[in-house]
Design a protein around this ligand. Structure first.
Ligand SMILES: [Mg+2]
Length: 228
């Protein structure tokens, strides 16, 4: 089957799972712990951003140097674990089935810090499904962390695989465009099907319908062959 040739690069928040705001609460708490100043991510454009960039922006907001982000990171990771233990993290509907259909050649491509991604996945019962990926620790924008994910995926699963992104925000689509790879957009996060259609031709309303998932990735695969 065609999709055996794909390396699927999975976004985390809004695509695989819903961490129910744990990341934002943990970030605000970590900033407060380290700087003594309270902040929130309210009216910040966070969807699909890297956590490193968000930590740096939040520090600027309270008048501190973004260089403090490494210090805030440790506090953030501890708070995130506490938040997730308390409120949980839910795998989104259809995710388990989609992982099965799309096969084992998969990596994460996420703006989360690596530790944060692992915590969210573990609390959603998805920890065992991913061996590696590209994360938001080293990059402020999405395209370079997707490049990391491709490198890791090809090392793990084979150099000839065709990368395809699955994500829930216009930033996932923008990264795909920059790297000339296809993207499957899922309206399971904060953007609707209509909003996502403006950013890419392959849009799913969710992952609940296995035939639709298979169809979307078959289409992505054809487009990867055409452009690659
Ligand atoms: Mg997302």
């Amino acid at each position: 089957m065609a999709i055996n040739d794909l390396l699927v690069i999975w976004d985390v928040d809004g695509t695989l799972l819903d961490a129910k705001g744990a990341g934002h609460r943990a970030l605000a708490r970590a900033i407060e712990e380290v700087t003594g100043k309270s902040t929130s991510l309210a009216n910040m454009d966070v969807a699909g951003q890297s956590d490193r960039l968000l930590l740096e922006l939040a520090l600027r907001r309270v008048g501190k140097s973004p260089r403090l982000w490494e210090t805030v990171r440790a506090a953030y990771e501890k708070s995130l674990d506490q938040e997730l233990s308390q409120h949980g993290s839910d795998a989104l509907p259809g995710v388990m089935e989609a992982l099965k259909i799309l096969g084992p050649a998969r990596v994460l491509g996420t703006g989360n810090l690596e530790v944060g991604a692992r915590l969210k996945l573990r609390h959603a019962g998805l920890g065992a499904h991913f061996q590696g990926g590209g994360y938001g620790d080293r990059h402020r924008t999405r395209a370079p962390l997707i490049r990391d994910a491709i490198k890791v995926g090809r090392r793990l699963f084979g150099r000839r695989l065709l990368p395809v992104i699955i994500g829930d925000t216009p930033r996932d689509a923008a990264a795909a465009r920059m790297l000339h790879i296809p993207v499957v957009l899922v309206a399971s996060g904060r953007f609707s099907v209509a909003e996502l259609r403006a950013h890419g031709p392959i849009v799913l309303s969710g992952l609940q319908d296995p035939a639709a998932v298979l169809g979307a990735f078959t289409q992505a695969e054809a487009s990867a062959r055409r452009d690659g």
